[in-house]
Ligand binder design. Structure first.
Ligand SMILES: [Zn+2]
Length: 447
């Protein structure tokens, strides 16, 4: 079922119309879940093209697909080649994928993980929830020879991915270095010491590129180390960071956000940024000149339990009120026109055949305006607080054209914009246009 169009649409005469446009700066479309594969098992047909189609349909016409390991960076690049000008990619090693730098890692870092029977777990991008239960302790050290090979291979991957757009005017495929950074909320994937090494080694590579790439950064519960390593690589004011960068999926404090903004970095906001009242208070302080929007799908959807949900409900209530008012206005105008037409008909009926027309009576209301449309039947299912533009089904009951429950998609990015607008007390248009301009400026995705 179609979601009501934005305010001012539906033919409302005087209301201003704005068609929102979005760039999802962080979408993990390389995750096998978008091919219908969940934990190594195929649950439904590959519907990636439909996911991209739904995104474009809602106005999310640019998708920056996250590379968070060698495999996902290569897969993201393939998607960028498949959907040129719509999909763009990043390449890097996520802190949660950084155990490849550890001496206890037994597979080759660039091994293409097969999803075949009996093989390793397929590579899902790590979900956004913290897990403090089983942290991998420090002390294992880093395999420096392996690290050198990883960085050399990453440099080659990036070099090869950039060649077509550096040597021609075709749209770029690879637009950022990353996702990389630090995540101390999820030490069960990789120890702190290995994460620190992975981040520093990749920062050194990012700084050595010519020209540099903008950075797509991840920082969770690690702010001080994160900023320290950035400054070590790019100078105390990040003055050697040529193309800037974004710290995505931001969940830190106001002071941390401000420090990043003062360093010239942008702040990426998704469903995880609205979980608590404190989270929302931070979002309120992000300047429009610093904000970028993302879904981080298949993860980080906005849930009714999140603090930010209430802004979504508030938006929908206001939108419905405005829509009803516009409909009432249109009905009133239609009634007036109908009355006038009736008057005209009766006027012409009394005209003298062949003679001069009688002067027309002054047009005025003769009947009260028609009643508002009756409310729907009582037995009808209650409308949800926040309407869903697309039907959502469980993966076991997958059907064409439907979204899958629990698998966040870029077509939900309007929710992020609406919540940011609600929290900041500005219009959706202001949020969308600011985020669009910031994203185009940093990642150059408009060419
Ligand atoms: Zn991330």
């Amino acid at each position: 079922m179609a979601e009501p169009l934005p305010l001012g649409a539906n033919g409302a005469p005087a209301a201003p119309t704005y068609t929102p446009r979005y760039i999802d700066i962080g979408i993990n479309l390389a995750d096998p879940i978008f091919r219908g594969r969940y934990h190594g098992k195929s649950r439904h047909p590959d519907d990636l093209a439909a996911v991209v189609g739904r995104a474009v349909e809602v106005g999310c016409t640019k998708l920056i697909v996250t590379g968070s390991s060698f495999k996902s960076s290569r897969d993201a690049l393939k998607l960028a080649q498949e959907f040129p000008g719509t999909v763009f990619s990043t390449a890097g090693v996520h802190p949660c994928s950084s155990s490849i730098f550890s001496p206890s890692h037994h597979k080759h870092h660039d091994e293409s993980q097969s999803e075949g029977e009996g093989d390793a777990e397929p590579e899902h991008t790590p979900a956004c929830d913290p897990d403090p239960t089983k942290p991998i302790p420090d002390g294992d050290g880093v395999d420096l020879a392996r690290s050198e090979r990883i960085i050399a291979d990453l440099a080659t991957l990036i070099h090869d991915a950039r060649q077509p757009s550096l040597s021609s005017s075709s749209p770029p495929h690879l637009v950022a270095f990353g996702e990389f950074g630090l995540d101390y909320d999820r030490l069960h994937y990789c120890s702190r010491e290995v994460q620190l090494h992975s981040f520093a080694a990749q920062l050194a590579l990012a700084a050595s590129l010519s020209p540099q790439l903008p950075l797509f950064l991840h920082s969770r519960a690690a702010h001080d180390d994160f900023v320290r390593l950035l400054k070590e690589a790019f100078g105390p004011r990040l003055e050697r960071l040529e193309k800037g960068g974004v710290v995505h999926s931001f969940t830190g404090t106001v002071a941390e956000m401000q420090e990043l903004a003062e360093l010239g970095l942008y702040i990426g906001v998704n469903g995880c940024s609205f979980k608590t009242e404190e989270n929302c208070a931070v979002v309120k302080e992000i300047g429009l000149s610093r904000v970028m929007l993302e879904t981080d799908g298949p993860w980080c959807e906005v849930r009714p339990s999140h603090e930010g949900w209430k802004y979504l409900v508030e938006f929908e209530v206001k939108a419905k009120e405005a829509r009803l008012a516009a409909e009432a206005e249109a009905a009133k105008a239609a009634a007036a026109a109908a009355t006038d037409a009736a008057a005209d008909a009766s006027d012409s009926g009394t005209a003298t055949p062949g003679g001069t027309e009688k002067p027309r009576r002054h047009r005025k209301w003769r009947n009260p305006p028609p009643q508002q449309p009756q409310p729907r039947g009582r037995n009808q299912k209650k409308e949800p607080d926040v309407p869903e533009r697309y039907k959502t089904v469980k993966k076991e009951k997958w059907e064409e054209g439907a979204m899958v429950k629990g698998r966040n998609e870029p077509c939900t990015i309007d929710r992020i914009a609406k919540i940011v607008a609600g929290i900041k007390g500005v219009s959706v248009e202001e949020v969308c246009e600011a985020a669009w301009a910031n994203t185009v400026k940093v990642f150059g995705v408009d060419s």
